[in-house]
Design a protein around this ligand. Structure first.
Ligand SMILES: Cc1cc2nc3c(=O)[nH]c(=O)nc-3n(C[C@H](O)[C@H](O)[C@H](O)COP(=O)(O)O)c2cc1C
Length: 185
């Protein structure tokens, strides 16, 4: 098995991180791998916001505020959890936003995130694909954060990749479903 296959097969979502920062050089390589993902018509309808813990705290606390105002008691309870963090405690994350006018923007951005997740793994880093970070960013309460993140007009945040050095005791890996392949010989 070569290194590329090994990285693809061994990458796992990491949900607990050491507080040590991620080296900028590594983040640069990871973003570059995102930029070299395939995109429909090579449109590259993406924007990458590389963010540190201070900004992650800002987004997380805006999310917590939205949840705290929910009409649903269960959701309000989630906001009270002192460990609440939309980025799983990672020291860094890359938010990938897509051009609303590009037909395949969601697929293109997803390709970029997966490239970055595998790249992060190959550099000895853990990562977690996250879609649930947008609670405030999709509401008026969080719109001011879009410009702070450098997200261009007409783009919307799609996915985030939390990145950092793993502090997770790895248990069994998420199993893969059977019966998802048809071979036609
Ligand atoms: C589009 C997408 C959104 C995801 N959102 C979240 C999320 O919000 N929080 C989270 O902890 N994991 C999230 N994940 C990670 C999946 O839960 C994870 O990839 C899956 O359980 C398989 O585990 P593995 O990545 O370790 O192979 C997301 C993955 C994808 C592809």
């Amino acid at each position: 098995m070569n290194e590329t296959i090994r990285s693809i097969l061994n990458r796992r979502s990491i949900r607990s991180y050491k507080s040590s920062p991620v080296e900028k050089e590594k983040l640069e390589v990871i973003v570059k791998c995102g930029q070299f993902a395939p995109s429909a018509n090579n449109r590259q309808p993406w924007h990458f916001s590389v963010i540190n813990r201070a900004m992650l705290d800002k987004i997380s606390s805006a999310n917590r505020q939205v949840l705290a105002n929910s009409e649903d008691e269960n959701v309000r309870q989630r906001a009270k959890d002192p460990t609440f963090d939309s980025f799983r405690g990672a020291p860094a994350a890359i938010i990938v936003s897509g051009d609303k006018a590009a037909r395949f923007a969601a697929a293109d951005c997803a390709n970029a995130v997966q490239n970055m997740a595998v790249a992060a793994y190959s550099l000895g880093l853990g990562s977690c694909y996250i879609a649930s970070f947008k609670i405030a960013l999709e509401r008026e309460e969080g719109f001011h954060l879009l410009s702070e993140l450098g997200i261009p007009q007409g783009y919307v945040p799609f996915y985030a990749l939390a990145i950092g050095y793993s502090d997770e005791e790895l248990g069994d890996r998420a199993p893969r479903r059977e019966g998802t392949v048809t071979w036609l010989d």
